[in-house]
Design a protein around this ligand. Structure first.
Ligand code: ADP
Length: 313
């Protein structure tokens, strides 16, 4: 449904996007992750047909975004970063304007407008100029505009930016409910969002793809993957018990909360042995958990040391 081939975007000497290629199939929710300035927005603008690449090409639903822009845009909903343009319009006027642009007519048009107003809870602000809305409402109005024509492909640039935790949750639920029959790319710098909505994540830095994997595969790269963390009434007794588990490679104690983490030797599983050893030594355990891995640590490791694009020519 979406394919990019070696897209590159240069601004003078700055290479904002540097030969990015990927494919996204129907039903996938692809998360674009990366530090600020990584090239996420630029890539999304190119795929959405709002910015021409310096070289390379992109297709949406089989249509080239540069040579068949109308067909590509018909299949696509795009939420740009920031607030919707046309801030002087009120929300009802804005949705009508988008409905006109999308050539929605008759009952179908009324139904679609009612549907997005309901889904994004815009009833109370319909008559209010967009410029006067809070950041969260502006984001929801933009999202309503992006999904109004019920497109097969959605490109959402930081869809939950500016929303409070409840609103974030609502938008994530909305994305999940749309994921079944759509192809969705979202950019985010929130790692919890990757867990909440993405089936796959691409990590980019300096305009290049550094990792392309499922969230679980990324977590498996963490040194915390398969580690066991615990809190016990006596740290010393717990450490003595853990010393008897042969497959533990290292033990760390967090000085903040006395949480103990035991790291397994490569390829080993220690959860059962840790439980048995603590029990055998009579250690009183408050909490015992097997770690899936920490995305924040994987993200830092992958993107660390990346030179800023400003330094490259
Ligand atoms: P991200 O979305 O990952 O934060 P962007 O795609 O917005 O990153 O930006 C990538 C790089 O391109 C940054 O260094 C940014 O400053 C630069 N850039 C983006 N747009 C322009 C522009 N219109 N002119 C010059 N440089 C730009």
């Amino acid at each position: 449904m979406i394919e990019t081939r070696q897209i590159t975007k240069r601004y003078g000497d700055l290479v904002a996007v540097d030969g990015i290629s990927f494919k996204v199939e129907s039903g996938q929710v692809l998360g674009f992750l990366g530090p600020n300035g990584a090239g996420k927005s630029t890539t999304m603008k190119i795929v959405a047909g709002f910015l021409a690449p310096t070289s390379g090409s992109a297709t949406v639903a089989g249509f080239d975004v540069e040579t068949q822009p109308l067909q590509a845009k018909r299949a696509l909903g795009y939420l740009p970063e920031g607030a919707p343009s046309y801030g002087e319009m009120n929300v009802r006027e804005f949705l009508n304007f988008i409905a006109d642009a999308r050539e929605l007519r008759g009952d179908a048009r009324d139904q679609r407008i009612d549907d997005v107003v309901g889904r994004l809870h815009l009833e109370a602000v319909l008559e209010q100029p967009i410029d006067t809305l809070s950041k969260g409402f502006k984001r929801r109005v933009g999202l309503a505009g992006a999904i109004l024509h019920d497109p097969k492909v959605l490109i959402l640039d930081e869809p939950t930016d500016g929303l409070d935790p409840n609103q974030k949750q609502e938008v994530r639920t909305l994305i999940n409910s749309m994921a079944r029959d759509k192809t969705i790319i979202i950019s985010t710098h929130l790692l919890e969002e990757v867990h909440a909505v993405c089936t796959r994540a691409i990590i980019i830095a300096n305009g290049r793809i550094l990792a392309d994997a499922t969230p679980a595969e990324l977590e498996a790269r963490s040194r915390y993957h398969q580690a066991v963390s615990l809190t016990a009434t006596s740290v010393q007794a717990a450490k003595e018990a853990l010393a008897r588990v042969a497959d533990i490679a290292a033990i760390e104690v967090d000085p903040q909360d006395n949480r103990i983490t035991a790291f397994p030797k490569p390829g080993r599983s220690i959860f059962v042995a840790v439980g048995d050893a603590l029990k055998a030594q009579g250690v009183v355990v408050r909490e015992l958990a097997l770690e899936a891995g920490r995305l924040d640590e994987v993200f830092r490791t992958i993107t660390l040391g990346a030179v800023g694009p400003e330094a490259r020519t």
